[in-house]
Design a protein around this ligand. Structure first.
Ligand SMILES: Cc1cc2nc3c(=O)[nH]c(=O)nc-3n(C[C@H](O)[C@H](O)[C@H](O)COP(=O)(O)OP(=O)(O)OC[C@H]3O[C@@H](n4cnc5c(N)ncnc54)[C@H](O)[C@@H]3O)c2cc1C
Length: 301
């Protein structure tokens, strides 16, 4: 069967895009590999109406609501190849099966690479956190750390005192400049230059970090900005242009969420350097609406 739109990736961005297109009565296929970026957390926060819900529950409810429409097919699976042939797109799904569509929406998200420090990976999403707006409230009042692995880390460290007593671990790599130092001091942030070499405690809880000089510092939760990569090579296969984001590559899109490849739209973390469920959902809505309009009024030329 040929579809009008195939949405690849089915969490905040993909489900939101598919919802607009499905409600516009278009024939939609959504293929999702079921590995959303926030799956390491017990609860998701800040998404209106879903605050505190488990990530899998939000995704499951989104899929359930979409499945009530007659013109969408929801398929579990991983798209391993996509190509443009003339004005049409073909995708291949792992384990067999090819599908065709007039438009593609890429909502495949990103994957995270954390600093290689023993004890960090297994605490990811629990006591090692990427974002205070998502998880800061739950750890507020505790001893908080910011692990520097990025030039923006000092900026994060200035925010964190709103949630608790803060130590900025520079790792001897990201020394704040004079202005940053003055602001960190004014905010009461302690600075540790000896690198964190291990996270300690009954995982996924965190009790302290061990420093290279042998000392241990009590910490209940630590914030770290991971480096990001595309979770899927599909955008690259299609020849989409990328921009360098602060944490990793970002699929380039116009305001209408169309990529540099005509007929391919992109939304969510893969196409933004601001990573947040609501923003991913909002960009999915934009991609869905503009994709629909491009079916009605294909651009000239
Ligand atoms: C640990 C953690 C906790 C977070 N907590 C919060 C929070 O509480 N609140 C908040 O606002 N934000 C939170 N975020 C950020 C939030 O998770 C992301 O901004 C959001 O998930 C991005 O949505 P998305 O739809 O773009 O991508 P994702 O949610 O990552 O979904 C992408 C989907 O595409 C699928 N996919 C990928 N490749 C393919 C392929 N080739 N074929 C088929 N399917 C594919 C994936 O399996 C996945 O299901 C958190 C992030 C992390 C890392």
């Amino acid at each position: 069967m040929s579809y009008e739109v195939i949405v690849i990736g089915g969490n905040f961005a993909g489900l939101s895009a598919a919802m607009q297109l499905t409600r516009a009565r278009r024939r939609v296929l959504l293929v999702d590999a079921g590995k959303p970026r926030n799956r390491f957390s017990l609860a998701s926060h800040g998404f209106l109406g879903q605050d505190g819900q488990a990530p899998a529950a939000i995704m499951g409810e989104g899929k359930r609501q979409l499945s009530l429409y007659p013109n969408i097919t929801l398929r579990d699976g991983k798209v391993i190849r996509a190509q443009k042939e003339g004005e049409e797109f073909t995708i291949a799904i792992e384990g067999g099966g090819e599908e065709r569509a007039d438009r593609l929406i890429l909502a495949t998200g990103v994957s995270d690479t954390l600093p290689d420090i023993p004890g960090l990976r297994e605490r990811w999403g629990r006591s090692a956190l990427h974002c205070p707006y998502c998880h800061g409230f739950e750890v507020s009042g505790g001893e908080l750390g910011v692990l520097a692995n990025h030039p923006h880390s000092a900026h994060s460290a200035m925010m964190i005192p709103d949630w608790g007593a803060t130590t900025f671990f520079t790792q001897s790599l990201f020394e704040p400049d004079e202005e940053q130092l003055a602001r960190l001091t004014a905010r009461g942030v302690r600075i540790e230059r000896s690198p964190v070499v291990e996270l300690l405690g009954d995982s996924p809880k965190l009790q302290a970090v061990r420093l290279a000089d042998g000392r241990t510092v009590p910490v209940d939760a630590i914030f770290v900005a991971p480096k990001t990569a595309m979770a899927s090579p599909i955008a690259e296969q299609l020849g989409c242009a990328f921009d360098d984001g602060p944490f990793g590559p970002v699929i380039r899109t116009g305001e209408n969420k169309e990529t540099s490849v005509k007929g391919v739209f992109a939304a969510g973390d893969a196409a933004s350097s601001m990573h947040n469920a609501t923003l991913a959902s909002a960009s999915g809505v934009l991609a869905g609406v503009h994709c629909h309009q491009s079916l009605v009024m294909p651009p000239a030329g």
